[in-house]
Design a protein around this ligand. Structure first.
Ligand code: 4NP
Length: 165
C-alpha cells in the first residue's frame, strides 16, 4: 500500500432496505466480509439503515442471522432509520429495491451529495431488478436473497475498488 492510499479517508457505503433487519444487514455483513477477505476493509466504512423506523434498535431477523452464519458471515447491525444527514456527505447509498430508492431520492433532495444506486445494478444476473423482500416468506427466501446479495456485493466491491485505485 502506498502512503497516499493509507492516508485516504474511507469511502462510506450505506445499504438501505425498508426495515433494516433482513436485506440491508445481510448486505452490510456480506460486503464487510468480502472486503476483509480482499484486504480492503480499511478502505470502506460500511453501515446499514431502513427507510422505515418500526424495528429501530432491533438486532437482525433470526432468519437473516441463520443464513449469514451458515455462510460464515457475522451480522452486527442494530436497526436504525435512515436520516437526511446520511444523504449529505460524499459516499454511496445502495437501495435494495425501487421503493427504497424513491424514498431515498425524496429524503436527499436535489442537493444530495451521495451516489445513489440500486443493489442489483451490480448483479450480473438481473441488473436493475429489486432484491425481493424475504420478511413474509420462509427460510428459502433468505437463501435466495443471500445469493443475490453475494453476487451483487462482489460486483459493487469490484466497482468501488476500481474507482478508488
Ligand atoms: P427488510 O425486510 O426491509 O429487508 O429489513 C422487512 C422487515 C420488516 C418489515 C418489512 C420488510 N416489516 O413490515 O415490519
Amino acid at each position: 500500500m502506498t502512503p497516499k492510499s493509507l492516508s485516504r479517508k474511507p469511502v462510506s457505503v450505506l445499504f438501505v432496505c425498508l426495515g433494516n433487519i433482513c436485506r440491508s444487514p445481510l448486505a452490510e455483513g456480506i460486503f464487510s466480509s468480502l472486503s476483509e477477505a480482499r484486504g480492503l476493509s480499511l478502505r470502506f466504512q460500511v453501515d446499514s439503515a431502513g427507510t422505515g423506523g418500526y424495528h429501530a434498535g432491533e438486532a437482525p431477523d433470526p432468519r437473516a442471522l441463520a443464513v449469514a452464519r451458515a455462510h460464515g458471515v457475522a451480522l452486527n447491525s442494530v436497526a436504525r432509520r435512515v436520516k437526511r444527514r446520511d444523504m449529505d456527505h460524499p459516499g454511496i447509498v445502495v437501495a435494495m429495491d425501487r421503493s427504497n430508492l424513491r424514498s431515498l431520492e425524496r429524503l436527499g433532495g436535489r442537493r444530495s451529495r451521495v451516489r445513489l444506486v440500486l443493489m442489483r445494478d451490480f448483479d450480473p444476473i438481473g441488473p436493475g431488478a429489486d432484491v425481493p423482500d424475504p420478511y413474509y416468506g420462509g427460510p428459502g427466501g433468505f437463501q435466495e436473497v443471500y445469493e443475490i446479495l453475494d453476487r451483487s456485493c462482489r460486483g459493487l466491491l469490484d466497482d468501488l475498488a476500481g474507482r478508488n485505485g
